[in-house]
Design a protein around this ligand. Structure first.
Ligand SMILES: Nc1nc2c(c(=O)[nH]1)N[C@@H](CN(C=O)c1ccc(C(=O)N[C@@H](CCC(=O)O)C(=O)O)cc1)CN2
Length: 300
């Protein structure tokens, strides 16, 4: 029978695992603080930011929210990041992506103090991750590692095909999965829009991670029997529903489920893990900045 990997359940376990750490910090007079920065009117981005704030409240992390007019100049965003970098009550800063076209995303990511970069997107943190010395693992890739572990899938020796080469998911996940470390030691292939015969690659994989942002790109015909399928895509497609859309992944769930030994659904798969791992990184950031050691749930 195909195992449906429940990201809500695994995410709740990660959040529960943070309680001791938050208590330890609290005993030292420290409450972890996260700043969310939104420079967009995109409905999905607004949803994700409010989900992040609600999750903070649930576990006892303080959150402040900064909203910047999407038409404002880039300098306004950079100035607000500078203020948050200087604010000792803020241990983690995340700028919700994507930012408007007139804003240089790389300049924004470089501006966040690497010690507060709980997304793990600053070049210093990217470098540390690649060197096998991650300070903050990017939330979605870290969440994928946790989901694999929860389904007793050890990537060691497995052929993993990642569909998508984004800076947020594909590239950091590939780096994590090849590392000589628990949750790593896989043989990784990263596919993208120029990949020839994607189906041939995915059919030869033990694990397929779809993270490309194309609704239902990967279907059952592209999978072999027993493949583990992790669907990172959360795509809003027009539908005759109250909201006017429905969420679909990058995987065509019904046909993929027929082949998969385990598969994540959308919604309720990788998405909740992205939020849970953000909380994890925020507690870690507070612990490092305040020099209060805490026990955090194992790395993968
Ligand atoms: N600064 C960042 N920006 C973005 C990131 C990121 O990690 N850091 N990732 C994505 C979006 N994302 C987080 O921001 C995200 C996407 C989806 C979910 C989620 O829980 N989805 C739910 C469905 C929610 C809904 O109703 O729409 C699910 O899959 O069950 C959380 C976070 C891009 N930007």
């Amino acid at each position: 029978m195909t195992e449906i990997i429940d990201g809500n359940e695994v995410g709740e376990r990660v959040k529960d695992g943070l309680a001791d750490g938050i208590e330890t910090l609290s005993a030292e007079g420290v409450t972890p603080g996260l700043a969310t920065v939104l420079m967009s009117e995109d409905g999905a981005s607004e949803t994700y930011v409010s989900m992040k704030q609600r999750a903070c409240e649930e576990v006892g992390i303080d959150s402040v929210h900064v909203e910047i007019d999407p038409d404002a100049p880039e300098s306004e965003l950079l100035d607000r990041i500078d203020e948050l970098n200087e604010d000792p009550s803020i241990h983690g800063i995340l700028v919700q992506m994507p930012v408007p076209d007139h804003v240089d995303e790389k300049a924004v990511l470089r501006r966040v103090d690497p010690a507060k970069d709980v997304d793990g997107f600053h070049p210093e943190n990217v470098g540390r991750l690649v060197a096998g010395d991650a300070r903050f693992k990017p939330c979605t890739p870290h969440g994928v590692q946790k989901l694999l572990a929860s389904a007793d899938v050890d990537p060691e020796g497995q052929d993993v095909v990642i569909v998508g080469r984004s800076d947020i998911v594909g590239k950091p996940l590939a780096n994590l999965l090849v590392q000589k470390a628990p949750g790593g030691n896989a043989t990784v292939t990263v596919c993208h829009s120029r990949t020839d015969d994607l189906g041939e690659k995915t059919r030869n994989a033990d694990v397929v991670v779809a993270a490309v942002g194309v609704p239902e790109l990967v279907d059952g015909s592209m999978l072999s029997e027993g493949t583990v399928v992790i669907d990172v895509g959360v795509n809003r497609v027009d539908a005759d529903t109250e909201k006017g859309y429905e969420l679909v992944g990058d995987v065509e769930f019904e046909s993929a489920k027929e082949k998969a030994s385990a598969i994540t659904p959308v919604p309720g798969g990788v998405g909740p893990m992205t939020i849970a791992m953000l909380l994890y990184n925020t507690v870690k950031a507070a612990s490092l900045q305040e020099d209060v050691p805490v026990d955090l749930p194992s790395a993968s």
